[in-house]
Design a protein. Structure first.
Length: 341
């Protein structure tokens, strides 16, 4: 699905840059501000790069006003900051496509609106791409954590170990054009980068690692019980598997969440046995369900905070996560027509 795109009016003309930075954003201008400040402060000739902000929520006038203000501030020194409202897609995959397609440079740098790129980020990424004659570069993501993180913070920090994440990658425009870029069926920020990664590898493109190309990615605040909402992402596991079954098995934990299925099955068995009047079986199944659920909760609490609020959140969400996860995995399997557990 193609995005309808329209740049800010009366944008000044700039020479063709060497790198275009594409940043998708959605209704959080305050967070975007930290990212834009870091991008504008790169130790890199400001006439050699441009910043393309792809607004996936263009109804938020505050974001456009902020980007236009930053663009006017930096235009005199030759830095192009461009605003692109994305109106025909949903999610960061579509927003990134809108960005790189309108970008003017042969090398596209992707990051997120909640990152803080290191001052040498651009220079390091370009150097790695040039020296290794690479088609794509994967940089390093640093995610600071408190001494006692929440379960959500600990889980989110896994991004720092990702092999290829759009919070910090550089991809040649020619490779994006040849592969079609991001699959816009990934409407959430989940696995769309793995899909592009696998597509590039399967097409024979060369990807290198640049640990000196660094972005800091603070774990943003989340509402209580956020892990329940995150289970929707399980549907996109099925989409990724349907497109790249071999790569999925090789590079991602391909084992079904057996604990979740056992919890769901034991709960169903207890309910059915209870309705059928088979009390002993119902009690046995309920015990299994309670034991597995308690074990799941205890596992999530390892290496995390132990205050009352967090303990209550873990207890409540541990009751529901297995059911939601199984539902969304099976929903994804049906939607994308693939056998996936």
């Amino acid at each position: 699905m193609n995005a309808m795109r329209e740049e800010s009016a009366d944008a000044p003309a700039f020479a063709q840059p060497d790198i275009s930075i594409v940043v998708p954003t959605y209704r959080r201008p305050a967070m975007l501000a930290s990212c834009l400040n870091a991008l504008a402060a790169q130790q890199f000739d400001c006439t050699r790069y441009e910043i393309v902000i792809c607004d996936d929520g263009p109804g938020d006038l505050a974001t456009r006003a902020y980007v236009d203000r930053v663009a006017a501030e930096h235009a005199p020194r030759g830095l192009a900051v461009r605003y692109v409202p994305v109106t025909a897609t949903q999610g960061p995959a579509g927003a990134r496509n809108a960005g790189w397609r309108i970008a003017r440079a042969p090398l596209i740098a992707f990051t997120d609106d909640d990152t803080i790129p290191d001052p040498l980020w651009l220079a390091s990424g370009l150097a790695a791409a040039s020296h290794a004659n690479a088609d794509a570069v994967s940089g390093r993501i640093v995610m600071p954590l408190p001494e006692h993180p929440t379960d959500y913070e600990l889980d989110a920090s896994g991004l720092a170990r990702a092999e290829f994440a759009t919070a910090n990658v550089f991809v040649r425009r020619a490779a994006l054009e040849a592969t079609g870029g991001f699959d816009e069926r990934f409407t959430a920020a989940w696995r769309e980068d793995s899909d592009l990664h696998f597509t590039l590898l399967n097409t024979g493109y060369r990807i290198v690692r640049a640990d000196d190309a660094i972005v800091v990615h603070p774990v943003r605040p989340a509402r209580w019980g956020v892990s329940l909402h995150q289970q929707k992402k399980s549907a996109f596991e099925a989409l990724l598997f349907s497109k790249h079954p071999r790569m999925y098995r090789q590079r991602i934990d391909a084992h079904p969440p057996l604990r979740y299925y056992a919890i769901v099955a034991s709960a169903a068995c207890a309910m059915i046995a209870g309705l059928a009047g088979v009390g002993a079986l119902a009690a046995c199944a309920a015990f299994v369900w309670a034991s597995l659920t308690a074990g799941f909760c205890v596992q999530r609490l390892r290496h995390t905070r132990r205050d009352g609020r967090h303990l209550a959140e873990m207890a409540w969400t541990s009751l529901l996560i297995p059911f939601l996860s199984v539902y969304w995995r099976l929903y994804g399997a049906l939607r994308f027509k693939v056998v996936f557990l």
